[in-house]
Write a protein that binds this ligand. Structure first.
Ligand SMILES: Cc1ncc(COP(=O)(O)O)c(C=O)c1O
Length: 420
């Protein structure tokens, strides 16, 4: 008989208060946010302009436009690539909803491609089969802090004359062949939402090296105007536009956090390494890793349960839930991210974005098939995963990873107690 699990009334493996809060706040944040507050321009102010330049420099892009969310930056990327009514954009079957709904925002149609189990990212070798005469772009998502292996993606794009959009919302600082994400495709989107490796509360950044794309994105970003708040405006909507601009306070917070981002990413990597060392011999777990060309940031340390080995292949989602609840009861800060694959979400199954079947049934569109059997790997992933973010973030160090590992080990070594 092993140790009694906390969920069944046993003692917790991890004391309360082990995980320190995210993001760490210091004098730099306080000073920059207070200076903005005391300033006179609270809309698209001087911190917004400085944030764009500093982020472009940090990531290695010519142009950066700061937005009020990563989703806004993704929509701008879709428009920058010239995607419009009835066009198709290829996306992974597993991601955040707005990796795909940003395509609907411009009346275009997402076409889903299954993921690779090992990387949890789009399977590059499956992309070409999804290309049709209507395909305009491939939108890859660098998920969990791991870059997509871009060379095969770029090869398909070049062969078929497609644009490549990078959803880098989760992967600031992740690299492929030594180069950062957001510098491989035609344009990219980052998020600065609370959970992200760079947090400004909410916010995002569109980046590109292409001047024309930057101009198209900027037009959508600010009411369809061709002149921006930086220049003199004529208050004229030259095209359909949204209001996606960032504000000065948020940009000040983002700038302050950016000065510390390299340190945060180094901490995430070191803490993830420690967690992997501690979990390597724990039964029933499939640990995350990276292909040799990619350096992971471990934005989200995602484990899969080996349900075959655990004898629960027949009821994987239910047993996943029991394992995760048992870990949480021990004090492990792990949870479930997406339990639906994207094509299973109601908006896609019902094919009803704007009402009356639009955009799928508009005269410019061709039928697409969202039957779920096409995505067995994404479904296996969602049924068997759990992920962890804050315990591996600064200011937490390797000792927090060791605590998390102790809780996970206790549950896995005693998981027969959950069989009843
Ligand atoms: C992969 C991915 N894409 C896009 C987004 C959207 O970012 P935001 O919440 O800033 O709109 C997120 C945010 O959670 C994300 O994880």
């Amino acid at each position: 008989m092993g140790e009694k699990l906390a969920i069944l009334g046993g003692p917790r493996a991890i004391p309360e208060g082990v995980v320190k809060k995210w993001p760490p706040i210091d004098e730099i944040d306080r000073r920059m946010v207070m200076d903005s507050l005391e300033g006179v321009d609270h809309a698209f102010g001087p911190n917004c302009r400085a944030f764009e330049q500093e982020f472009a420099d940090w990531n290695g892009n010519r142009f950066a436009i700061t937005t009020n969310s990563g989703t806004a930056a993704l929509h701008m990327a879709v428009v920058a690539c010239g995607v419009g009514a009835g066009d198709e954009v290829i996306v992974p079957a597993y991601s955040w909803s707005s990796s795909a709904t940003c395509i609907l925002h411009h009346n275009a149609i997402p076409v889903f491609v299954d993921i690779a189990f090992d990387t949890m990212n789009i399977a590059p070798e499956r992309i070409e089969a999804a290309v049709t005469p209507r395909t305009k772009a491939i939108l890859v998502v660098h998920l969990h802090g791991l870059a997509v292996e871009m060379e095969p993606v770029l090869a398909v794009a070049a062969k078929h004359g497609l644009k490549v959009i990078e959803d880098a919302c989760q992967s600031h600082g992740a690299t492929y062949r030594g180069r950062k994400v957001g510098t491989w495709g035609d344009c990219a989107a980052f998020s600065f939402n609370q959970n992200k490796s760079l947090c400004s509360g909410e916010g995002g950044m569109f980046v590109t090296d292409d001047e024309e794309m930057a101009a198209r994105a900027r037009q959508l970003w600010s009411f369809g105007e061709t002149r921006t708040p930086v220049e003199s405006r004529d208050y004229h909507a030259y095209a359909l536009g949204w209001m996606y601009r960032n504000n000065d306070l948020t940009a000040a917070f983002g700038r302050a956090q950016l000065t510390k981002l390299d340190g945060y990413i180094a901490a995430q990597r070191a803490n993830a390494r420690r967690l992997t060392e501690c979990l390597r011999d724990v039964p029933g777990l499939i640990l995350p890793g990276a292909p040799p060309d990619c350096e992971h940031t471990y934005y989200n340390y995602t484990i899969r349960f080996d349900m075959e080995a655990l004898g629960h292949a027949h009821d994987a989602p239910a047993f996943r839930d029991r394992l995760v609840q048992a870990m949480q009861a021990e004090g492990v800060e792990t949870g479930l991210w997406q339990t639906f694959i994207l094509p299973a979400m109601t908006v896609f199954q019902a094919k009803n974005g704007y009402g009356k079947g639009c955009p799928w049934h508009c005269p410019h569109a061709a039928p697409v098939d969202y039957s779920l059997e096409q995505y067995p790997v994404a479904r296996l992933h969602t049924d068997t995963h759990t992920g962890m973010t804050y315990p591996l973030r600064a200011p937490n160090g390797p000792e927090t990873a060791e605590w998390m590992a102790a809780g996970i080990r206790k549950v896995m070594e005693n998981c027969d107690q959950l069989n009843g």
